[in-house]
Ligand binder design. Structure first.
Ligand code: NAG
Ligand code: NAG
Ligand code: NAG
Length: 308
């Protein structure tokens, strides 16, 4: 019986959750000191006209603090935040709340969240956040440093594709996979992000998609980053070998095969090295994130469970 109750609570809770959405853009925003930053929170699933949108700031390693809330045409600032610095406006026709942060200082480097209360259930919904970087380095992502590698090994009838994106800044990126019909592929995706030189100016990431060997779909790796959005198809296995063989052929016209094997070898070596680094990082990060979400999901369930 208790199990049934818990199940119903969980179901209605996730049902409610899927109704209200807060989509924050951009994923990240990078500006130098004293400039301004702007971000948006596009909402759906509730009556925007009568709602109050709350904006929070979370500095690294600190709890989120509310900056202000906005609704019914007025803005209420929280203590310690200056209305000259934080400017919020609601665009009612677009159900969107916009926040501007002026005169950026190092302290403004934080993640900003919009949120709304669902009074029926007493649940507060948060957007996914916009991370603000106050930095002299410009946001960048070099499209020619993206590789989408065809599957190189097979296990239990499954193959893995890898999307490798190197040398971007800042380290906020969203990568998804799509098939030819633009359907998102959500199964068995792993991703890792790392900082090869630990200098925090250049990041790399990889995302793996594991699918059935014979599903006959062409996938592409779709990326969203502050500096660029786009989609990259899987490279045909021949392309890189052919283009490099052309050069090799001039020196050794009779011996093209050896050259292809060399390239394949170095390619395999590089992939193995990347997988090794990534697996090291993976084990710790993954559990921390999962624990965090379990913790966050459990609090509202308990809260609702106590209601008559
Ligand atoms: C992007 O990467 C390619 C290949 O490494 C390089 O030749 C090119 O200069 C880079 N472009 C920028 C804008 O950094
Ligand atoms: C995948 O791409 C190849 C080459 O472009 C094409 O011939 C094939 O029909 C595509 N497969 C699917 C399932 O669309
Ligand atoms: C490639 O060249 C090497 C020496 O240059 C030779 O030993 C080998 O047999 C050649 N392989 C093929 C397939 O021609």
């Amino acid at each position: 019986m208790l199990l049934l109750q818990v199940l119903i609570v969980t179901l209605t809770w996730s049902y409610g959750y899927s109704q209200i959405t807060l989509l924050q853009t951009p994923l990240s925003f990078t500006r130098t000191v004293s400039k301004s930053a702007r971000m948006s929170c596009k909402t759906s699933g509730f009556n925007f006209n009568s709602a109050y949108i709350h904006w929070y700031r979370q500095n690294p390693g600190a709890a989120p603090k509310r900056i202000l809330y906005i609704g019914s045409g007025s803005v209420s600032m929280d203590e310690g935040f200056d209305s000259k610095k934080f400017e919020a406006r609601n665009d009612v026709s677009g159900s969107t709340s916009n926040l501007r942060v002026h005169q950026l200082t190092e302290e403004d480097a934080a993640t900003y969240y919009c949120a709304v209360w669902d009074h029926t259930y007493g649940i507060k919904y948060f957007g996914s956040g916009t991370k603000l970087f106050v930095s002299n380095i410009q946001a960048r992502l070099n499209v020619s440093m993206i590789q989408v590698l065809p599957p190189s090994s097979e296990q239990d009838g499954k193959v893995s594709y890898m999307c490798l994106i190197q040398d971007f800044y800042p380290n906020v990126i969203k990568v998804t996979w799509e098939d030819d019909k633009k359907n998102a592929e959500e199964n068995a995706v792993h991703e890792e992000i790392w900082d090869p030189d630990a200098n925090q100016k250049s990041y790399s990431m990889s995302s793996w998609l594991t699918v059935d060997k014979n599903n006959n779909k062409n996938y592409s790796c779709k990326y969203q980053h502050e500096s660029k959005d786009g989609s990259h198809p899987i490279e045909s296995p021949d392309t890189p070998v052919v283009s490099q063989t052309t050069e090799g052929c001039i020196n050794k016209p009779e011996n093209g095969t050896t050259l292809s094997t060399d390239i394949t070898d170095s390619f395999m070596h590089r992939t193995a090295y990347l997988i090794y680094i990534v697996l090291l990082l993976k084990s710790t990060m993954y559990y921390v994130i999962v624990l965090f979400f379990i913790y966050r999901m459990q609090s509202p369930i308990k809260h609702r469970g106590k209601k008559p």
